[in-house]
Design a protein around this ligand. Structure first.
Ligand code: ATP
Ligand code: MG
Length: 261
């Protein structure tokens, strides 16, 4: 049962997190030290120079790696795989399964009973704007459609934590804008918490409820700011042309430049 205090508990709590790859003289410090607390419903966008540790941070939150130092708690327990939905830069769909088969696998892994999977899968595909494609082969879809399926698959994981690592980087500008709008729309007024990595400052300001800028490698938090833009039912064009949009864009760009110096 959830109470007010449960809702206030952080979804992510990273304390004194440092991550190194390798050991001895070949060790690379990829991240940290980083302290980061994320609460339910936040949409946190992480930006920073290439190699500063953004993917490493997501891997730690996903539980794919254990931090070298410090702790990463998801819903109060040590991060471990299966507790978050993940979207990678490439769709990474299983080509030998149909679109529906890819999503069913995530539902099955999440313990959804077989007789409930079809309805849930169709609802998820509807949510990403791809109704009725379950029977299709993944390779019959365009890159943008495949990425939408990957997002639906991530949403199929029975978790309110969504991790997205440059999910739109390889898409054409129009598809990218449309997916940004879908994602922003579906993340408003939800219990879902998202951590989204991007190199695009525009994308960060449009999508985020909060922006975290990491410094040059090893990444530390150089800037952590809320995004003062409306999230509910606001026309995307109105958001993009909001005076606060341009102002924040400038602040984040300047910090990125300073952090990379
Ligand atoms: N498996 C690994 N083994 C050794 N070093 C690694 C490994 N993965 C990442 N690194 C190193 O850790 C640092 C951070 O890498 P990471 O992938 O987190 O950066 P990033 O911010 O996601 O970069 P990009 O924007 O290019 O995706 C880099 O120096 C990278 O070379
Ligand atoms: Mg990366």
């Amino acid at each position: 049962m959830s109470s007010a205090s449960d809702d206030d508990a952080p979804v992510l709590e990273a304390r004194g997190v440092v991550h190194r790859y390798g050991s001895g003289r070949t060790a690379t410090t990829a991240l940290g030290p980083v302290d980061l607390t994320i609460r339910r419903g936040e949409f946190v966008v992480v930006v920073g120079a290439s190699g500063c540790g953004k993917s490493t941070l997501l891997r730690l939150v996903a539980g794919f790696e254990d931090p070298t130092e410090g702790t990463v708690l998801v819903d109060g327990a040590a991060a471990r795989p299966g507790r978050s939905g993940i979207v990678f830069q490439q769709p990474r769909l299983l080509p030998w399964r149909t679109v529906g088969g890819n999503i069913d696998l995530a539902l099955a892994t999440g313990g959804v009973p077989a007789d409930e999977r079809t309805a849930q899968r169709e609802a998820l595909l509807e949510q990403v704007g791809l109704p009725g494609v379950s029977h299709r082969r993944t390779w019959e879809l365009s890159g943008g459609q495949q990425q939408r399926v990957a997002i639906a698959r991530a949403l199929a994981v029975p978790s309110d934590l969504l991790l997205l690592d440059e999910p739109f980087a390889a898409l054409d500008a129009l598809t990218r804008e449309r997916l940004q709008e879908d994602l922003r729309g579906s993340s408003a007024s939800r219990d879902r918490t998202s951590i989204f990595v991007t190199h695009s400052v525009d994308e960060a300001v449009f999508l985020g409820s909060r922006i975290v800028v990491l410094s040059r490698s090893p990444g530390r938090i150089a800037l952590d700011v809320p995004v003062p833009l409306p999230r509910d039912g606001t026309d995307p064009l109105a958001v993009r042309s909001h005076p606060q949009f341009a102002a924040l864009r400038q602040i984040v760009s300047a910090e990125l430049r300073a952090a990379a110096a």
